[in-house]
Design a protein around this ligand. Structure first.
Ligand SMILES: CC(C)(COP(=O)(O)OP(=O)(O)OC[C@H]1O[C@@H](n2cnc3c(N)ncnc32)[C@H](O)[C@@H]1OP(=O)(O)O)[C@@H](O)C(=O)NCCC(=O)NCCS
Length: 257
């Protein structure tokens, strides 16, 4: 199923009108509910579900097997690793409807959620934060925080480019990879960038509709962990494209950005 604006694999189901931005690619066996909003230039890997009340910003990468339920809002440039889990009910019961009480979750601009991480609802993952693989986020994550573990605790800070920042007590930090500089605003407030944001790696498609997810909520202050160091070595693994595919399943030129 394709339109001039976006491309979706024929195995994907899009229920009725949904707002899907130009240049977005939706791979095998996805389900986008009527009314869902997906910004321009996104990639949804295999078996991704987007509920009617979920919002996906622009240029997001959602890897295989991720469900974005009602109340989940991803800002622009968010990466969600394979099989990461979002939730929208804090105390679920099969026999008691909680549909009136969905609890929202926000992920800020440029943030990344690692593979198999679980984001408990009612939390905000701050802009450019990095949630480690397998972490369980139960409290807000400060902007640029690198959190890991169950429950997730802050290990250090991470640059906009994704590289952990050197661990040092100084209030000013500089990225060893890209040179971006930051001021530590506080454990809960995260980092404030002292240099201009780097341009987005994938420019929005021409005529891209502006999806404008709400600013991150800050309902609960983050609980900061031991402050254990994160090494400066960047993860070297190459990011795999979602939805491993054969030659035959490449998108056609129709709908490509
Ligand atoms: C968190 C992460 C960024 C840390 O990478 P790093 O800076 O290279 O860190 P290191 O591997 O040097 O590990 C530093 C410490 O954190 C621990 N650690 C690393 N990853 C962890 C994780 N996911 N959960 C808990 N602890 C973790 C290490 O065991 C190590 O602890 P130690 O000092 O006691 O030995 C990385 O491990 C990670 O989880 N990346 C996400 C990968 C992912 O999900 N990608 C999705 C796309 S496929």
């Amino acid at each position: 199923m394709s339109s001039a604006r976006y491309w979706a694999h024929p195995s994907t189901v899009i229920d009725g009108p949904a707002r899907i931005g130009p240049g977005t690619k939706i791979w095998h066996f996805c389900h986008v509910m009527r009314g869902a909003r997906v910004g321009a230039g996104c990639v949804l890997g295999q078996n991704v579900f987007v509920a009617a009340g979920a919002v996906v910003g622009e240029r997001c990468r959602i890897q295989n097997n991720v469900s974005l339920y009602d109340g989940v809002t991803l800002a622009n440039d968010v990466f969600v690793g394979p099989s990461a889990v979002f939730t929208n009910v804090l105390t679920p019961r099969a026999a008691v409807s909680r549909k009136h009480a969905f609890v929202p979750t926000s992920v800020g601009r440029g943030a990344s959620i690692g593979a198999n991480a679980t984001i408990v609802c009612g939390t905000t993952v701050g802009a450019h934060a990095l949630v480690a693989a397998g972490a369980v986020v139960t409290r807000d994550v400060a902007p640029h925080a690198l959190v890991a573990g169950v429950p997730a605790r802050r290990l250090g800070w991470v640059c906009r480019c994704g590289v952990p920042l050197p661990r040092q007590p100084a209030r000013l930090l500089a990225c060893t990879a890209c040179g971006d500089r930051y001021r530590v605003a506080g454990a809960g407030a995260g980092l404030v960038a002292l240099s201009d944001p780097a341009p987005a790696t994938t420019p929005p498609a021409r005529g891209a509709a502006r999806a404008a997810p709400p600013a991150p909520r800050r309902a609960r202050p983050p609980r900061i962990g031991s402050g254990r160091p994160a090494t400066a070595a960047p993860p070297s693994a190459r990011r795999r494209r979602p939805g491993s595919r054969s030659r035959g399943s490449r998108p056609t030129s129709a709908g490509r950005p």
